[in-house]
Design a protein around this ligand. Structure first.
Ligand code: ZN
Length: 534
């Protein structure tokens, strides 16, 4: 989701129609339960009827999983506010208890190692989103023509807000997801992957969406509205033809062509830096929703305001671009744990700067980077350990400091190494799709590519809130010692010597500069730092 200065507040909520659960303090991920560490999710099938008036859902989900070892218990996450009426495992009825938003499914004899098919029948009122997309849940509203309109967001809370799942970022369904969503027949369901078919029964219509790709549980979502589909075709950098489908509200159809044109331009920029559009076998999808956007895989969502800035004479939407960049940084390159969330949000935010570079040149790039720098609060480190949940990881500057860190790294290792390595991170199978990444993976990749040990640099800026403490000391006539007091690796820094900027390597002992005037350091601001003169 896009950067916003968020203060998470507890809000009370009630509706006359239902009693949805307050999930404003709920998180996703964190410490992986041993019973879930024993599971590998293979596939989800979600079959749901949506009652747009009562604001409820009912139906079932089938979870296909592998147990790594035999186990007494299969553990799935699902909000306790749903009524679970039946569970079977491999078509045999199973005992279960539903406590603290977890379903414990048990068997008199242990479930065997290997494949298990768990079927869960359930119903209830989903939680209502208080501040979407930052506060997740269902948003039930109407478009300006009075048609029902519904969106789901759950990045903070996880897929468990509406379907039984293993709610941890380290496990995605390797064989994808099938969604069968039934709504009133005048409405349309926008979902992930390919629309395989629709079937009509009386005044209800079922949309069968299928993705064969791995997908984060917080992206297994759908939106419902009086949509019209405006389409185009995009030919990727590798020559694959991909449909571009925009699920736009009928009332806003006039805005669709311009948005698609912007999207196609953005695709070319993203492909230039990060490689081919990741879901070329399915679609480039966009759905208009009543809240700021989210990175729903192959159906990113977009706010309904159609407002654009002009950069270098071209239309640009930061919301649209940021969510789209997540198709590479979040959906294709996925952090193994929320502890490393800066990789998804920080690099997606940095991608916005690269778009500025393409549209408006270095000046536009520097302007957005300086904006990111000014927004850094530096109260908490970006990486606060391991097995961190969503609520905790968002207390760090994962967007702005994450982006600024990439800017610093670009300067440190130079464009010739930086850009191909960033592309490798987004394209190498070791870091993409079925595989996950950590901060250490990213550090080791850039270290290897640059031939430098970058661990001290990554640790300094990502695992602490320290800034370089640079001291300039006059040691003689026109002689100055430039030293970094709290950093102990050779670091290139721009220094103004006799009013001319030179790139010098500062060693741990510091370097002596001969200059008629006190030297200035890092005037363009590639690093977070404090400078003192004595
Ligand atoms: Zn984001």
């Amino acid at each position: 989701m896009v950067y916003l200065n968020i203060a998470l507040t507890l809000l009370c909520f009630s509706t006359a129609m239902s009693q949805p659960r307050d999930i404003s303090k709920m998180s996703s991920g964190g410490k992986l339960n041993p019973q879930q560490a024993n599971m590998d999710i293979r596939h989800y099938t979600i079959n749901l009827n949506v009652d747009m008036e009562k604001q409820t859902i009912h139906g079932n989900a089938e979870v296909s999983l592998n147990l790594l070892n035999q186990s007494d218990t299969i553990l799935l996450d699902l909000l306790q506010s749903y009524l679970v009426t039946e569970i079977t495992v491999n078509n045999a009825p199973a005992k279960f208890s539903h406590i603290d938003d977890k379903i414990f499914i048990t068997n008199p004899t242990p479930f065997k190692q290997g494949k298990q098919l768990v079927f869960v029948e359930y119903s209830g009122a989903p939680p209502v989103a208080v501040r979407p997309p930052w506060g997740g849940g269902f948003t039930w509203t109407k478009d300006s023509n009075g048609n029902p309109w519904m969106a789901i967001n759950c990045q903070f809370e996880g897929g468990k807000i509406y379907f039984p799942c293993k709610d941890h970022p380290s496990d995605e369904p390797n064989e994808g997801v099938d969604l069968n969503i039934t709504v009133p027949s005048q409405l349309v369901v926008a979902g992930p992957g390919l629309l395989i078919k629709t079937t009509q029964q009386k005044d209800r219509k079922t949309y069968y969406w299928k993705t064969n790709y791995t997908i984060s549980n917080y992206c297994i979502l759908f939106n419902v509205g009086k949509y019209k589909v405006v389409s185009d075709t995009y030919t990727t950098v590798k020559g694959n033809k991909v449909p571009v489908d925009f699920y736009v509200l009928e009332v806003d159809t006039a805005n669709a062509k311009k948005l698609i044109k912007t999207k196609i331009r953005d695709t070319k920029i993203l492909e230039k830096y990060f490689g081919e559009y990741p879901w070329a076998k399915e679609k480039i999808g966009i759905a208009e929703v009543p809240n700021s956007g989210m990175e729903h895989q192959t159906m990113i969502t977009f706010q309904n305001k159609f407002d654009y800035k002009t950069i270098g004479g071209q239309d640009y939407s930061a919301n649209l671009f940021h969510e789209y960049a997540h198709e590479w940084w979040a959906n294709k390159v996925t952090n193994k744990d929320w502890a490393h969330m800066w990789i998804q949000e920080g690099i997606a935010t940095y991608a916005e700067a690269l778009c500025m570079l393409e549209l408006g040149g270095e000046e536009a790039y520097n302007e957005i980077i300086n904006g990111h720098k000014r927004s850094i609060k530096n109260k908490k480190a970006l990486v606060q350990g391991e097995e961190i949940n969503t609520q905790d990881t968002y207390t760090g500057d994962i967007y702005t400091k994450g982006s600024f860190f990439m800017h610093s790294l670009r300067f440190l290792i130079g464009d010739r190494i930086f850009f191909p390595t960033l592309k490798k991170l987004a394209t190498d199978p070791a870091y993409t799709y079925d595989n996950f990444v950590t901060t250490t993976d990213v550090e080791q990749l850039f270290s290897k590519a640059s031939g430098k040990n970058l661990k001290p640099f990554f640790d300094f800026y990502l695992r602490t809130t320290d800034e370089l403490n640079i001291n300039i000391k006059e040691t003689g006539y026109h002689k100055y010692l430039v030293k970094i007091n709290n950093y102990f690796m050779d670091l290139p820094i721009e220094i103004s010597i006799n009013n001319k900027i030179e790139k010098r390597i500062i060693t741990k002992e510091g370097i002596t500069i001969n200059s008629n005037t006190p030297p200035g350091v890092d005037a363009k601001g590639f690093y977070l730092k404090k400078v003192t003169y004595e």
